[in-house]
Design a protein around this ligand. Structure first.
Ligand SMILES: Cc1ncc(COP(=O)(O)O)c(C=O)c1O
Length: 381
């Protein structure tokens, strides 16, 4: 490996949400979704050069930015996007909240998957919109949206469907057929779609690739806002920049409401980091994927050996969705926390008997976490 993912990084006392939220150094915090790796050297160098300039005035999005993103989408996902369809945002979450506010009225409903990254649900409650959940089911070890689930939904009041691919939590990388089925369902029911694809650069499954939902057909593209970012892949969410892709001008206008007014634009360093990652980050990303695959394999074999725990395929990202429902404990998150490991409680995503473990960390730390899980489970017997 050219890049170093193994040397432990020290993030204590850096105001890290993940590392500095516990008063005890004895807790290993593998919860919030950022990684313990330094960003790629090309990103660090570009940021350092920008910082050394010493002048940080108001900065607009660089002229080449949208074209760079469009070229990147074509290269990575064979998705052809007109640079004019792209809207630069400070974060994916701000895009989710804006989409719900702008694309639904007070008496209209939003469809969201369950389990799901909590901000999809919070975007609805913050806008005071009711939502209906699309239950993912485990089929052939993958968390999917079965056709009968979709057929059973009452979509009379629904106007918008929120989607997440790769899925968080559950890590499904949806296939072309699954995406087409979901997209066609939304078209038949006249639903706008907002597809959160922030984990697109982190496909781990050797037989899968990320397919943007909007790339499936012109009809689906016309209904869809796609939200993407390199924050997760290259590990700079604290700097933050995202973009929306919307072919339909109605959707493009909607996602810009409040931007530069109530929603601040990205900081100048965010443009620098994102462009450096697009330009020179690929070799680092490929090694990261290899490192995460090894971590995934460690988790898979350890969890399979622990009575009461199970896990589906980990197809994408670095978030293991561990089923603890057969463990004799009401609150698995608390059980592991008491033993010194912070996971994200499944309740946050809509499933109490699960925990989500962030494995975007050094192997030694992951092994420590898996040992804590193993001994906590064993102590229950
Ligand atoms: C599915 C998903 N969307 C959005 C985000 C956050 O994106 P941002 O930091 O760009 O707001 C996360 C972070 O964990 C996520 O998992």
């Amino acid at each position: 490996m050219v890049f170093d993912f193994d040397t432990p990084t020290n993030r204590l006392n850096t105001d890290s949400i993940r590392w500095d939220s516990f008063n005890s150094k004895a807790v290993l915090p593998l919860w919030v979704a950022d990684m313990d790796f330094k960003s790629p050297p090309c990103v660090i160098e570009a940021l350092s050069n920008r910082v050394k300039e010493g002048i940080y005035g108001y900065t607009h999005s660089p002229h080449q930015m949208n074209t760079m993103i469009a070229d990147y989408l074509e290269e990575q996902y064979q998705w052809q996007v007109d640079p004019d369809w792209i809207v630069i945002l400070p974060s994916v979450v701000s895009g989710l909240y804006t989409a719900v506010q702008q694309l639904t009225k007070a008496d209209e409903q939003v469809l969201i998957p369950n389990p799901i990254y909590h901000h999809l649900r919070l975007a609805c409650s913050s806008a005071k919109r009711s939502f209906q959940e699309m239950q993912l089911q485990l089929k052939d070890d993958r968390w999917v949206l079965p056709s009968n689930e979709l057929k059973n939904l009452n979509t009379n009041r629904a106007k918008l469907a929120l989607f997440c691919n790769p899925q968080n939590p559950g890590s499904t990388v949806f296939t072309k057929e699954e995406l087409k089925e979901f997209g066609d369902f939304c078209i038949q029911n006249n639903l706008w779609i907002c597809s959160d694809e922030i984990h697109a650069g982190l496909v781990l499954d050797e037989n899968k690739k990320h397919i943007p939902l909007a790339s499936i057909s012109k009809e689906i593209s016309n209904k869809t806002i796609t939200l993407m970012s390199l924050n997760k892949t290259f590990n700079f969410p604290g700097i933050g920049l995202a973009w929306a892709v919307a072919e339909n001008p109605v959707l493009r206008n909607a996602i810009q409401v409040g931007l530069h007014e109530t929603i601040a634009p990205p900081s100048l360093l965010a443009y620098t980091a994102t462009m450096a990652a697009i330009k020179d980050g690929e070799p680092w990303r490929l090694e990261l994927i290899q490192y995460l695959r090894d971590n995934r394999d460690l988790i898979r074999s350890k969890i399979a050996s622990i009575d009461g725990l199970s896990i589906g395929n980990m197809e994408g990202s670095y978030l293991a969705w561990i089923d603890c429902s057969k463990l004799d404990h009401q609150n698995p998150h608390q059980l592991f926390l008491d033993a010194g490991l912070a996971t994200s409680p499944g309740q946050q995503f809509g499933q109490n008997q699960f925990v989500r473990l962030n494995f975007g960390t050094q192997k030694a730390r992951l092994i420590q976490a898996l040992n804590i899980i193993e001994s906590s489970a064993a102590n229950l017997n």
